[in-house]
Design a protein around this ligand. Structure first.
Ligand code: GAR
Length: 196
C-alpha cells in the first residue's frame, strides 16, 4: 500500500476528495495532512476523517524560506510518504525542494496547463476570451506548474462567467480528476486521465 501525504493551505476540498477516495481496493492510504496555514479549514476536515495533521506555519520563518522548507521536509519525512499531493497548497516551493520530491509529488492546478500557470487562472482565461477552461493534475518538477500532465478536465466558459462562477464550475471536476489520477499513479500508471 502506498502512503500518501497531502499539503493544503485552505478549505481542503480536494484533500477531502483524495482522502475519501483512498479506501477499499485503492492502492494507497492517506497518512498525513500538512497545512502551512494554522487555521486552514482542511485541518479540521482531516481530523474528522481520522488523518494525522501537522502545521508548518511559513510566517514563523519570516523570509527564511530554506528553514521553512527544511521544517516542511521534516514533517513530511516523519510520515514516510511514497506520494505527496499538493492540494490547494499556496506557497511556492524552491526548485531545489521540488526537485528532491520529483517523481513522487503531484499538484492540481486550476487551468488547462500549459496555459495559465501561476495565480488568477480563471480571470486570465476569461479575459483572454478562451472558449474553455479546466484543471490539470501534473507531476511536480523544478518548474512551477510545469511537470508532465497526468490528467485534465475541461469545461466551457459561458457568456457572463465571472472568475467565481467559473471556479465553481471547475471545482467539482477537480474533485473527480485528482482522485482518478492518484489511483492510476499509485498503481504505477501514468497514462493521462482525460475528463469529462
Ligand atoms: C483549488 O481550486 C486548486 O486547484 C487551487 O486552489 C483551490 C484549493 O481548493 N490551487 C491552486 O491555485 C494552486 N496554485 P481546496 O483547498 O478546497 O482544495
Amino acid at each position: 500500500t502506498k502512503r500518501v501525504a497531502i499539503l493544503i493551505s485552505g478549505s481542503g476540498s480536494n484533500m477531502v476528495a483524495l482522502a475519501g477516495s483512498m479506501a477499499g481496493d485503492h492502492p494507497a492510504r492517506p497518512v498525513l495532512v500538512v497545512s502551512n496555514v494554522p487555521g486552514a479549514g482542511g485541518l479540521a476536515k482531516a481530523q474528522a476523517m481520522g488523518i494525522p495533521t501537522a502545521v508548518v506555519d511559513h510566517k514563523a520563518f519570516g523570509k527564511d524560506r530554506a528553514s521553512f522548507e527544511a521544517a516542511l521536509a521534516e514533517a513530511l519525512e516523519a510520515a514516510r510518504p511514497d506520494i505527496v499531493c499538493l492540494a490547494g497548497f499556496m506557497r511556492i516551493l524552491s526548485a531545489e525542494f521540488m526537485a528532491r520530491w520529483q517523481g513522487r509529488m503531484l499538484n492540481i492546478h486550476p487551468s488547462l496547463l500549459p496555459k495559465y500557470p501561476g495565480l488568477h487562472t480563471h480571470a486570465r482565461a476569461i479575459e483572454a476570451g478562451e472558449a474553455e477552461a479546466g484543471c490539470s493534475v501534473h507531476e511536480v518538477t523544478a518548474e512551477l506548474d510545469g511537470g508532465p500532465i497526468l490528467g485534465q478536465a475541461r469545461v466551457a466558459i459561458l457568456p457572463g462567467d465571472t472568475p467565481e462562477s467559473l471556479a465553481a464550475r471547475i471545482l467539482p471536476w477537480e474533485h473527480r480528476l485528482y482522485p482518478a489520477v492518484l489511483r492510476r499513479y499509485a498503481a504505477g500508471d501514468r497514462t493521462p486521465v482525460l475528463l469529462p
